[in-house]
Design a binder for this molecule. Structure first.
Ligand code: PLP
Length: 373
């Protein structure tokens, strides 16, 4: 099996699997209990929090564990509305559904304003338009993802932060695709809120965290007990929290080598496709620096393209199709449809991890050639 769907989820690090297994066997105490087994579980959680906070240049008290990126985005957006009284949310049409649908849900129930910043046909946001919609807009939050999960474009964080500061707006970024892939200091980058999901960096599924700048007083979104300093009720998933911290530690330790290796895979694929399959183009901006682990192929409009993810699956290659091919209907993703409505073609997202090899790239291109040529 060639696994090229690492933006969807990644294989778990063997050391993480071992740690989760050992903790499940040995640490059964409830971390809120005051007895020794409970205290032992508490220590596991607090050590994981400290590890993550140090790796990302923030304080431990700014990290809140969640069930993943979706919950973290929901918590931040809802709480910004309910507790910080945000009235205007500025986002883009390219955001993950965890942001877009949450904002739609808030606006279905309450009177808030949502503005969508313009994007160009390559998926870059229009900074001047952002500046324009931020003008004369009190109580505003800008929510723009750090790297797009379908086309890999990177947000110009410094420029967005500057505009947010100029207009006194808050800044939330969905950093699910970049945490564990770059050396990031969340304080210096200037986010008020950021989020992570462990299964995107070789950790377990169903666990993640929010970064909430200590100046911002959010309240719990899930009500119940007082866990996570009253910011997220419910007994903590200590096993996956510890597994996530270890996965992030491993990712950050080898970050330079991983980045170099994965970037080479991406360049090799782009070069080979450009040379050997020129009818395939790219969505997003393959020439500008984007997230090094994602490339999105813009396929020719032929019968082969419609069925490509299924054909590749039969050949033992796992990728993500940009179109849902069910009951004969071919529905492009909201990201692809937002780029250039005149130019919508079937797409294929290919996303790498450190476990992929150059040989796999060559096999992938040969398989594509067998299908297309
Ligand atoms: N945000 C982005 C950019 C993502 O890519 C994903 C996962 O695909 C999520 C949020 C949701 O994260 P989770 O799977 O942890 O709910």
């Amino acid at each position: 099996m060639i696994y090229f769907d690492n933006a969807a989820s990644t294989p778990v690090e063997p050391e993480v699997t071992q740690l989760v297994h050992d903790l499940m066997r040995d640490n059964y105490g409830n971390p809120s209990s005051l007895h020794e087994p409970g205290r032992r579980s508490r220590v596991v959680i607090e050590e994981a929090r400290k590890t993550i906070a140090e790796l990302l240049g923030v304080s431990s008290s700014e990290i809140v564990f969640t069930s993943g990126g979706t919950e973290a985005n929901n918590h931040i957006l809802w709480s910004c509305f309910l507790d910080l009284k945000i009235q205007h949310f500025i986002t883009s049409p390219l955001e993950h559904p965890a942001v877009l649908n949450t904002l739609k849900n808030i606006s279905n129930h309450f009177d808030i304003k949502i503005s969508y910043v313009n994007i160009n046909s390559q998926g870059h946001i229009d900074i001047e338009h952002l500046d324009h919609i931020l003008k004369n807009s009190p109580l505003t939050l800008v929510s723009l993802m750090h790297a797009n999960n379908e086309i890999g474009n990177l947000l110009p964080v410094n420029q967005v932060k500057k505009l947010c500061d100029n207009h006194k707006a808050l800044f939330h970024s969905d950093t699910v695709q970049t945490i564990g892939k770059y050396q990031m200091d969340l304080h210096s980058l200037g986010f008020d809120f950021a989020v992570a999901s462990a299964h995107k960096f070789h950790g377990p599924k169903g666990v993640g965290f929010s970064y909430i700048n200590s100046d911002k007083e959010l309240k719990s979104f899930i009500t119940g007990g007082m866990q996570e300093r009253d910011l997220r009720a419910g007994t903590e998933n200590i096993y996956c929290i510890a597994g996530m911290a270890l996965a992030l530690e491993i990712a950050m330790k080898d970050i330079k080598e991983n980045k170099k290796h994965i970037s080479n895979l991406k360049s090799r694929l782009i070069e080979k496709i450009t040379r050997e399959l020129p009818e395939i183009e790219f969505y997003g901006d393959e020439k500008k620096e984007g997230l090094y682990s994602i490339i999105n192929l813009k396929l020719p409009q032929t019968e082969h393209s419609e069925m490509l993810p299924i054909k590749l699956d039969i050949e033992g290659i796992a990728v993500s199709g940009g179109s849902a091919c069910s009951s004969g209907s071919n529905k492009p993703s909201h990201v692809i449809s937002s780029l250039d409505p005149e130019e919508i073609r079937p797409s294929l997202r290919v996303s790498f991890s450190k476990f992929n090899t150059t040989k796999e790239i060559d096999v992938f291109v040969e398989t594509l050639k067998n299908i297309y040529l």
